[in-house]
Write a new protein. Structure first.
Length: 258
């Protein structure tokens, strides 16, 4: 049966892995290369690494770290953080990344998507869209790690991203990040209803059943998460994990509830 990809999203700060809640209070959880080795053993579908400080520090995600990840990873992986030029994209792909994740520097610069997709293929280009829910209704698109709101409607923004040639959109709920309280299904539906390219849901997953809902009700093509792959138990002890393939298949077929 077809099933969506199940993707751990791993946040980088310096040379370490961290986890945030609503894009704040990054907590150190371990070494990224060691995490890759563990996800190799679990046979994860793919991985996404996002450097949460790269843009603020005026740099791209570390090429040296990407090379180390590429040397270890058995599965496809994507990298993002501070990427603003074709040269950076070329370097990161040459170091082993299958895809790059663009975010802040896409705003006001859709030519970056156009040029990148023509040069490297749209399948190599993911655009991440960070979103905050408004007090009453609707959503705001935010950049720079959720700190800056941009004057655009969510629907128009994702339509323009698709038109520019992106291969996938990663839609990330700031409000849900790290809460493990379930995805914002209305948000996912708004994006999947506006575009035809694959949409990766991110932000809030607490179980495989949450992912099933994002897929069946939200229309997501892939389900990404952080906390459920790195925390264990109510005290959130750090434990890298990933469900077995048969468990994933059973979940999306309707066998797991909760």
């Amino acid at each position: 049966m077809f099933r969506p990809r199940v993707i751990p999203v791993l946040l980088l700060k310096g040379d370490g892995l961290v986890k945030t809640v609503r894009f704040s209070n990054p907590t150190y959880i371990g070494d990224p290369v060691n995490a890759v080795r563990l996800f190799n053993d679990y046979k994860a579908d793919e991985l996404v690494f996002l450097d949460i400080r790269a843009t603020a520090e005026g740099r791209s995600v570390s090429g040296d770290l990407v090379r180390k990840i590429g040397d270890e990873a058995y599965m496809p992986f994507s990298v993002g953080g501070g990427i603003s030029t074709l040269g950076q994209i070329s370097e990161l792909l040459s170091l082993g990344a299958e895809k790059v994740v663009l975010n802040t520097f896409v705003h006001g610069n859709f030519q970056l998507i156009e040029q990148a997709s023509k040069t490297f293929g749209s399948q190599s280009i993911i655009v991440s869209v960070d979103v905050k829910k408004r007090f009453l209704t609707g959503y705001d698109v935010v950049v720079r790690s959720g700190k800056k709101k941009i004057p655009v409607t969510l629907k128009q923004y994702v339509i323009e991203i698709e038109a520019a040639g992106a291969g996938e959109i990663l839609i990330n709920s700031v409000d849900k990040d790290g809460t493990m309280a379930g995805y914002d299904i209305a948000l996912i539906k708004e994006v999947t209803g506006a575009v035809k390219i694959p949409v990766i849901a991110c932000g809030g997953a607490g179980s495989l059943n949450d992912m099933r809902t994002a897929y069946l009700e939200g229309g997501a093509s892939a389900c990404a998460a952080g906390s459920i792959f790195v925390y264990h138990g109510p005290r959130k002890g750090v434990l890298v994990s990933y469900p077995e393939k048969k468990e994933i298949i059973k979940s999306f077929a309707g066998g797991i509830q909760g």
